[in-house]
Design a protein around this ligand. Structure first.
Ligand SMILES: Cc1cc2nc3c(=O)[nH]c(=O)nc-3n(C[C@H](O)[C@H](O)[C@H](O)COP(=O)(O)OP(=O)(O)OC[C@H]3O[C@@H](n4cnc5c(N)ncnc54)[C@H](O)[C@@H]3O)c2cc1C
Length: 493
């Protein structure tokens, strides 16, 4: 087997695979090294379950769009489809019009931001936080046209809400309840933030770039990871699982290749890492970087707050007030924006949520409830003892059982992954959904840190290609693809 490539990719998460596919499609010889014995990273059945974005061209897998149902304690559950809200009973929702208007506006703004997500962030000092920044950005032709098309009043509104919090935005438009609660939970899922945190309108728009629809992969998220791997292999990439990268070889500030856990050495002028920024620095050797860059990477905020509970079932649970078909939707437990904020409070103090906000789906063809539990601290004050794990599992089951009586009797087994488990299994910093918080100070031109925003990572030939790079996490493949484009542009591979 060859030990010399044009590029080596660290990690076969979907972003590493996306980067490899892009480079290989441009005729580069690429080797992907993954320390786990399987591809996918967080994009696996045990962790992720839904697509908030369409699959990139070349990644072929079956998916189907599903509705969202925001569950209500009074049984008046709200169904959301393409920005239209109604009660699950079929009755009209009194805030449907306000919701439709707000949703349409946010989707329009989100589509604008998508232009930014599709390539390296613009080289702006001001970022998106000022009119000057926005003007500068307008120079980018595509985005400029989009912004202009908004018209002055909408552009002003865009600027007004962009940096605000989703709590105020939503409750300015409609009374609190499961309808705005659904959007609030979408804004903060995966983040160490509550709806009142600044920047949560921006993170909501991040989720609405695809018009706000969500799709369920047929056969589970593992099939999506396999589809990314197939696309990379088809383009010619060599994917090696069970081989960890132990070091990046750097000489005279230039990347030469990597050393591997099996004692091997692979050479390449470009190394793309989907590990976190600090881990990548450690692999390349801290002395290879400026002190300031190391300080920034060390201070990066990456407190994972997402746990996953997989509940294997003996029978199908029945959700009160939902038809069988409706219960196959994405179910949210986010009864109000205030409840989502309250669910975040304990995490701030290292405590477990007592009323967590949940996203629940039943993957097609599986007898399983796949539950994403927001706002679970990576390292609770009490530590992750069996007792704590049991308490969290019990809290989540009780929260779902309140809507699906008898659920408990249908449970065959449970599998809980805490953020600490996720960090251990994938190496993701803090077990964080996005590898680094999507805060205003860690987005766009400052993602992951100031001076490291365009995938180039300090040393010539070293690049970041995972979720910690622009535009961030979720299963999009964008950081990987953008990073590969930067490598090609720089002509290092
Ligand atoms: C519980 C949970 C649920 C989620 N659900 C969803 C969802 O439903 N929809 C959605 O869009 N997003 C979801 N996300 C987020 C999404 O899964 C991630 O943002 C995304 O998968 C990150 O992809 P990545 O390729 O950048 O990184 P990762 O998936 O973390 O992959 C990095 C890979 O690099 C490997 N690696 C690290 N270091 C080394 C090394 N030294 N040598 C070799 N290999 C190495 C790791 O083993 C890993 O496979 C979820 C996240 C979590 C935690």
């Amino acid at each position: 087997m060859s030990d010399k490539f044009d590029a080596i990719v660290i990690g076969a998460g979907h972003n590493g695979l996306s980067a490899a596919a892009s480079l290989a499609a441009h005729g580069k010889s690429v080797c992907v090294l993954e320390r786990a014995d399987h591809v996918g990273g967080m994009a696996s059945d045990r962790m992720a379950h839904l697509l908030y974005n369409p699959l990139p061209r070349g990644v072929q897998a079956q998916t189907r769009q599903i509705d969202t149902v925001s569950l209500s304690p009074d049984g008046k559950h709200v169904v959301l489809r393409d920005g239209i809200a109604s009660y699950a009973s079929g009755d009209a929702h009194p805030d449907a019009k306000a919701f439709k208007t707000l949703h349409a506006r946010l989707v329009t703004y989100a589509a604008l931001l998508n232009t930014l997500a599709e390539s390296a962030p613009p080289g702006l000092d001001q970022g998106l936080t000022s009119l000057a920044g926005l003007r500068e950005m307008s120079r980018l032709a595509k985005l400029g046209i989009g912004v202009k098309r908004l018209g002055k009043p909408e552009m002003r509104e865009f600027l007004r809400i962009l940096l605000t919090n989703v709590y105020d935005l939503l409750l300015d438009e409609m009374p609190d309840g499961p309808l705005p609660g659904a959007l609030a939970s979408d804004a903060v899922r995966g983040a160490f933030a509550g709806p009142r945190s600044p920047g949560t309108v921006l993170t909501l728009m991040y989720r609405l770039r695809n018009g706000g629809s969500v799709s369920l992969p047929t056969g589970g998220m593992g099939t999506i990871a396999d589809a990314y791997a197939n696309a990379a292999r088809k383009a010619g990439a060599d994917i090696r699982c069970g081989v960890g990268v132990t070091g990046v070889i750097v000489e005279d500030d230039i990347v030469l290749g990597v050393t591997t856990s099996d004692g091997g050495k692979l050479l390449a002028p470009a190394v793309l890492s989907s590990a976190g920024p600090m881990q990548t620095m450690q692999m390349a050797g801290i002395p290879s970087f400026d002190i300031e860059a190391v300080r920034r990477a060390r201070n990066l905020r990456a407190k994972g707050t997402t746990a996953k509970l997989n509940i294997e079932l003996k029978g199908r649970p029945e959700f009160t007030g939902l038809t069988k078909e409706q219960s196959k939707s994405r179910l949210l437990i986010a009864p109000s924006v205030a409840d989502v904020e309250r669910a975040f409070n304990p995490a701030k103090y290292g405590e477990l949520p007592s009323a967590p906000s949940l996203e629940i789906v039943m993957p097609d063809g599986q007898d399983r409830l796949s539950v994403i539990v927001s706002h679970v601290p990576e390292n609770p004050k009490s530590g992750w003892t069996e007792k704590e794990r049991g308490t969290l599992t019990e809290t989540v089951i009780a929260a779902i059982e309140a809507y699906a009586p008898g659920l408990r009797d249908q449970i065959a087994s449970t599998d809980l992954l805490t953020p600490a488990d996720i960090a251990r299994l994938t190496g993701a910093p803090g077990g964080h959904w996005h590898h680094a918080e999507m805060g205003l100070d860690q987005m766009l031109t400052t993602r992951p840190t100031v001076g490291m925003a365009r995938y180039r990572f300090g040393v010539r030939g070293l690049y970041l290609c995972g979720a910690s790079a622009h535009p961030g996490g979720d299963v999009t493949g964008m950081p990987g693809r953008n990073s590969a484009a930067q490598v090609l542009l720089d002509g290092v591979a």
